[in-house]
Design a protein around this ligand. Structure first.
Ligand SMILES: Nc1ncnc2c1ncn2[C@@H]1O[C@H](COP(=O)(O)OP(=O)(O)OP(=O)(O)O)[C@@H](O)[C@H]1O
Ligand SMILES: [Mg+2]
Length: 150
């Protein structure tokens, strides 16, 4: 399920035993963006995130899902409940095999958009989470991994 060759998508140690602690959904269209929001809401509620933290993770997931659909031509969101020592978190990876991002620094700049957006999806998401990782290659695709810890 976790594809080879994308370092951001490699599972961390010791988090694969209990089920269902991970999964994935396809991101093809608008209804999948709604589904990703609903799934992230459910997961953050299960993890007993505060309402503010739930909203942060849901907002980031929504923005990244939309980028996957709009710019990546579709892809998937993988989710994983992660345990590191005493802390529990939710990790999400948004992966597509689209055109990739030629200038990552520009894409991460507030207000920069190649289309008609506001250009705040990536930069805003980054601020809403604890861990943020963007891997992309032109002509190959993009994978953005985020995590938020309780
Ligand atoms: N998965 C992706 N594949 C290819 N390009 C992407 C991807 N995600 C983002 N980009 C590029 O990065 C730019 C910045 O993305 P960001 O989400 O910050 O802004 P936006 O989508 O243009 O506008 P907004 O999200 O504010 O509506 C996009 O305009 C697009 O060029
Ligand atoms: Mg966007």
């Amino acid at each position: 399920m976790w594809s080879e060759g994308w370092p951001c998508c490699v599972k961390t140690n010791g988090s694969t035993v209990t089920d269902p602690s991970s999964g994935s959904i396809a991101l093809k269209g608008e209804s999948d963006i709604v589904a990703s929001r609903q799934l992230v809401r459910k997961l953050t509620q299960q993890l007993k995130f505060s309402l503010v933290d739930q909203t942060k993770m849901i907002t980031a997931a929504s923005e990244l899902s939309r980028n996957t659909v709009v710019y990546g031509g579709g892809g998937e969101m993988r989710w994983e409940i992660v345990q590191e020592g005493l802390r529990t978190g939710l990790r999400l990876a948004f992966e597509d095999r689209g055109p990739g991002i030629p200038d990552v620094d520009a894409a991460l700049t507030d207000g920069w958009t190649s289309g008609a957006g506001m250009g705040v999806g990536l930069s805003g998401s980054r601020r809403l989470v604890n861990d943020f990782d963007l891997r992309t290659a032109v002509g190959e695709g993009t994978c953005v991994t985020i995590a938020r810890w309780k």
